[in-house]
Design a protein around this ligand. Sequence first.
Ligand code: EPZ
Length: 419
Amino acid sequence: MQKLVIRGEKRLCGEIAVQGAKNSALALLAACVLCSGEVVLKNCPALSDVFAACRILNRLGCKSRYLDHCAYVDAGGMSECAVPEDMMRQMRSSIVFLGAVLGRKGQCELSYPGGCELGPRPIDMHLSALSQMGVKINEEYGVLCCECPKGLHGARINLDFPSVGATENIMLAAALAKGETVITNAAREPEIADLGDFLNCCGARVSGQGTSTIVISGVDKLHGCEYEVMPDRIAAATYMSAAAITGGELDLKNARAEHLGAVIPVFEQMGCRVFSYDDRIYIAGKQPLKAVKTIRTMPFPAFPTDAQAVVMAALTKAKGTSVVVENIFSSRYRHVDELVRMGADIKTEGKVAVIEGVERLYGARVRAADLRGGAALVLAGLAAQGETEVENLCYIDRGYESIEKYLRNVGADVCRMTS
Ligand code: EPZ
């Protein structure tokens, strides 16, 4: 098992080139299954989840390889329709292969996905939508056997909740389906817009991506293309919080302010100075930080659930009382107990967390329990007095590329060790 050892109280200063977006790259890799020619995905982040998606592609008979932040995928020789359970369990986003494999082959067999322990991760909306498109779904012992005897056809699908994964699965299944599919109450996250733009780059006919209503007119075939993955808005929010909690100054390249419309004001309420221009965001933390009255996580364009933990880390040192309401996942406070071990004053009750700012955090041995909660512990370690060890680095490596290198380059005292 690997861990990070951090010696805190170092003010971060410098420039970070933010990685490509994990939650876009994973959907785009699945979408490659639909393409009959080679796809080159540029700005693809070097993450364990990306490598897991490439392994699934190879298991399906596609040829995928990764080199220098580029993923090369040729699905021309795709020969399989089943994803083994061990591969499905490696990450939540594996479920998005369902729509892509059905779109390409008309059948698919896979088990329920794994992913971070954020609470129940049902896929009822995915399955209900695919059924409306002609998919027959049999579930036996946790394995989903899906087929569409008469082929996939378009449908008008209204989502009860703007689910990111369900929206992606429908788009992927609809790209080569017969007729038109209309998704209402679709997810509006930037990663959805990136997926729609990618599909169009391959010859699909998608419109409305990034809005609540997406229309996909099925085509006969998709060709390959060269496409650049969008920047990772949650990684950007994470590094913004690193500047805030250490009172540092960071200039983030490849960070789009329009993707962080609900996050930037929170850092400004904390007293940080934030400037954005082109694809750059500059942030200067100002000590002491000020508490933020209430943060409610909701679907885009509201405050993203994925930024909740990393912003909470900064709030632990913000003067006053901050309140966070986590509305998306039922168990996304697993970082709280670990932050409390470092001296934070946080109380949770159901969806609500109340954070009383403290003067100082103290280094401790803490354990990551999920991706973003693990990142929050790293941020707290940057500001803590003394040495912090963050264990279970495997969670963090799922979503952050070489986090210790990025932080060391801007002045952090952090190294990766095998425990
Ligand atoms: C995506 O997960 C992201 N993952 C998550 O990021 C992100 O937190 C989430 O969207 C919300 O923005 C990837 O893109 C790989 P949802 P997803 O479907 O698609 C419920 C990270 O840290 N729901 O929008 O699983 C679900 O239980 C990860 O990078 C159903 O009830 O999210 C949850 O409460 C964590 N039935 C809510 O909707 C369904 O069929 C949002 O889920 C589907 C979802």
